[in-house]
Design a binder for this molecule. Sequence first.
Ligand SMILES: *Cc1c(COP(=O)(O)O)cnc(C)c1O
Length: 496
Amino acid sequence: MSILYKSTRNSDITVTASQAILKGLADDGGLFVPVEIPKLSVAVDELKGMSYQETAYTVMKEFLTDFTEDELKECIRRAYDSKFDTEEIAPLVKVDGTYYLELFHGATIAFKDMALSILPHLLTVSARKNQVKNEIVILTATSGDTGKAAMAGFADVEGTRIIVFYPKNGVSRVQEMQMVTQKGRNVDVVAIHGNFDNAQSGVKAMFENKKLAEELDAHGYQFSSANSINIGRLVPQVVYYVYAYAKLLQNDEIQAGEEINVVVPTGNFGNILAAYYAKQMGVPIRKLVCASNENKVLFDFFQTGTYDKKNREFVLTTSPSMDILISSNLERLIYQIADCDDKKNAELMNALKEEGIYQITEDMKVKLADFAAGYATEKQTAEMIHEVYGRTGYVIDTHTAVAAHVCKEYGKKTGDTAKCVVASTASPYKFVKSVMTAIDEKYESQDEFELLEELKKVSGTELPNAIREILDANILHTLECDADKMEETVKSILGL
Ligand SMILES: *Cc1c(COP(=O)(O)O)cnc(C)c1O
């Protein structure tokens, strides 16, 4: 069966998977969604013995139906290789009755690697399929992790350039060092004077700017996106939820068909949406638990049905990759619960853009029953790291801790005893300062780079490659700009 993609703001136009990957965002500003979510073609039981790569093929072939078997398998082979520090790619670790799905074993030690190590390959195949002659310029806004993962994925990839925007004071020191030391002749990174939402809005505005698109085309360029608005990011993320379920079965932790819960530390709503797609493909997931930090716009949305970014302050937290007030991928869910009513969805998204607030109908609210939501304050996040370490010696990062806290509270509040998979989205090394301070306040005054050695000692783990790399790397990027000068900056980088 062939799966086509349509925009959440105009259901009349359909494109192939490769075209959706190439474009990133639809021309009308909407996001591409599959016309229907395909079912897994094998019983979950048959997934048990599969490697990560085999699982990836089984899942992705259902979505990317205009890729040949050889093309897709080659993309998978090149993505999930020794860039990952374990053959399992995404190990499932049982700690204290909770299952941590470790998604941070790739090149940049955060879960963005799971999709961004394959996206460049999907994109180059897509370009070939559609006879694209232009050089593809990947434009990306990052709250810290996407930027580095995208640069690592696209560095020196033939026929592509990548420009990344990050909030100057909104990322951890390790994150910033990772980005400004990135090598590759096609790579640029810019610090903006503003927050992530400014960066994301600026990038979206460039995608929607028809005049800019024409100018680019005249110079042999076209934009695409490595953000999770790209369906090529979302589809690879479905894989690890299927894989986690198969691992639970294989390890006799659950019976075939038994429902599990999945708790996801959420920012842009991409990771948890992938889990929702996994459920619709047939993975027995009971609740998708959306975990927020103090920027709890999503928690409030699930409580009230009102998405309100207007009446709240943006908070800088110790889980910066979730410091987001406009969760782009929520649009895909809104569209689905509006029964694919493109007009209704466009109206709500327009209200968000113009007024910073929208409210869904009661009918739509009922369709959110697959989801639950919770949040963790800064104090609760730190306590969770402390508690898990104290009891088990296992060190989790701040983002994972937000989810672990929400997981615990969810179980207590609802009495739901289903086994819980927590998406562990970053290595503690990436947020070493906050993690070590949570373990013991005495680390508060120490330098982030000294603490790396301390973390190595307390956790009994090896310093990841991604960290060793930046310790003596040169700073290659120093460009900064105001949030309203992003377009000019892109033009000057491309020589337009
Ligand atoms: C990006 C990121 C998140 C949020 O994921 P979304 O798909 O944006 O919801 C959570 N944790 C870490 C470490 C991240 O890098």
